[in-house]
Design a protein around this ligand. Structure first.
Ligand SMILES: [Zn+2]
Length: 124
């Protein structure tokens, strides 16, 4: 069974048992804060618990390295929407120790992508 199939199976049970109801909230963050942070899986549960945040408390925007790299990019657009449409009053950028983006060379990332493409081309 693929990962997505097992997730869909789990989700069906979750919905059938109405477990989503305890997470229902409005689109407006109760604590009026937007957080920009890294997509690192180690932060998935850790960051909200470390900050005392519950579902509905904050808008959380994630990308690799918690970077705002372009003034007109999707991260900045999300921040502007949070402030001007969702009543956010504070913006918080949170990095973390051991981030995979520290020292990442774009050339090694491109080399890995090229190698994967070549190996997939050879498999056909
Ligand atoms: Zn990171």
């Amino acid at each position: 069974m693929s990962i997505i199939s097992s997730i869909l199976d789990y989700n069906k049970t979750f919905v059938d048992q109405n477990k989503f109801k305890e997470f229902q909230t409005t689109k407006y963050p109760d604590k009026k804060i937007v957080i920009i942070t890294c997509m690192d899986t180690r932060l998935l549960e850790l960051l909200p618990k470390a900050m005392g945040l519950r579902n509905g408390d904050a808008k959380i925007i994630k990308n690799a390295g918690a970077l705002v790299s372009h003034p007109f990019g999707s991260i900045m657009r999300s921040i502007l929407v949070a402030i001007y449409e969702l009543k956010v009053e504070e913006v918080c950028v949170i990095g973390h120790h051991g981030c995979g983006m520290v020292g990442l060379q774009s050339s090694s990332l491109l080399d890995a992508a090229k190698q994967k493409k070549e190996s997939q081309s050879g498999a056909n």
